[in-house]
Design a protein around this ligand. Structure first.
Ligand SMILES: NC(=O)c1ccc[n+]([C@@H]2O[C@H](COP(=O)([O-])OP(=O)(O)OC[C@H]3O[C@@H](n4cnc5c(N)ncnc54)[C@H](OP(=O)(O)O)[C@@H]3O)[C@@H](O)[C@H]2O)c1
Length: 256
């Protein structure tokens, strides 16, 4: 029998309806995992589940808005009921600002939406994930931060604050649960060709040029290039790594 890296592992990926989350869900399924996908757009969720079944993989979609604690409770109740365990969780769902206002001009609703999704949503999911992993004796969590969790970017104060917060949350929880066999790391993608980047590029035509000027590899990354790193972080190949951020960004942030 073919030996796959995540055979029979139960894996949750939030934000799996597009971009990085979708590629990550597909990559896990190819490696034999039972994948639970959570996001809001049911039609796309079903589409990804069908794509995975067509590849011979196993996936279910559970409609979840991670800003809503009741929907998160429902997600984890369903996981407990159906699988009784959770080996890995990738807290990836997120959004950015399209209007890119300076820090003092961010509308409160936009600030709340970005922070509630990117930071509070990750924290709410982690509470359930860690609770489940404590019961079963261990597990692995990967939180999707960003290179903008490590530096500032004009027009993206709320996004940068949320992603710096994700890294702080990751490091602290990793310290608190390292001795319980729970590893928690963050992935920090650079510019990746997804809806999150394509939407603002339509509004700001020189954005791509500006991004490439800051990226030594002179190209955007593909979602699959992040998925590969996430799978490594979830695998036993990274078994001595916790509380760290892994930057996958085409060389961004390396130069003095
Ligand atoms: N693309 C980049 O350059 C880049 C760089 C660094 C970090 N990241 C991070 O990577 C992650 C994935 O982004 P992406 O680039 O793949 O963008 P994307 O294609 O827009 O995907 C975002 C995902 O998050 C989900 N989502 C958003 N709000 C949600 C909510 N309230 N509840 C549940 N799911 C929600 C979306 O699904 P629904 O709309 O169906 O809910 C979608 O599946 C984000 O955390 C982002 O900050 C991206």
């Amino acid at each position: 029998m073919e030996n796959k890296r995540f055979s029979d592992k139960v894996i949750l990926v939030t934000g799996a309806t597009s971009g990085i989350g979708r590629a990550t869900a597909v990559a896990f399924a190819r490696e034999g995992a039972q994948v639970i996908m959570a996001a809001r757009r049911e039609n796309l969720g079903r589409e990804v589940a069908d794509e995975i079944s067509a590849l011979g993989g196993k996936a279910v979609f559970i409609k979840t808005d991670i800003r809503n604690p009741d929907e998160i409770d429902h997600l984890f109740e369903a996981i407990s009921k159906q699988y009784g365990r959770l080996d890995c969780a990738v807290n990836n769902a997120g959004l950015s600002s399209l209007t890119m206002p300076p820090a003092t001009k961010i509308p409160e609703e936009e600030w709340d939406d970005i922070l509630n999704t990117n930071l509070r949503g990750v924290w709410l999911c982690m509470k359930h994930e860690i609770g489940r992993m404590l019961k079963q004796g261990g597990g692995v969590i990967v939180n999707t931060a960003s290179v903008l969790g490590l530096m500032g970017s004009s027009g993206l104060a709320a996004y940068c604050a949320s992603k710096h917060g994700v890294i702080g949350l990751t490091k602290t929880a990793a310290l608190e649960y390292a001795h319980k066999n729970i590893r928690i790391n963050a992935i920090c993608p650079g510019p990746i060709r997804t809806r999150m980047m394509e939407a603002p590029m339509e509004i700001y035509p020189n954005m791509l040029e500006m991004l490439l000027a800051k990226t030594p590899m002179k190209r955007m990354g593909e979602s699959e290039e992040i998925a590969g790193a996430v799978l490594w972080l979830c695998s036993d190949e990274s078994s001595f790594m916790t509380g760290k951020e892994l930057v996958v960004a085409g060389g961004q942030g390396v130069a003095a």
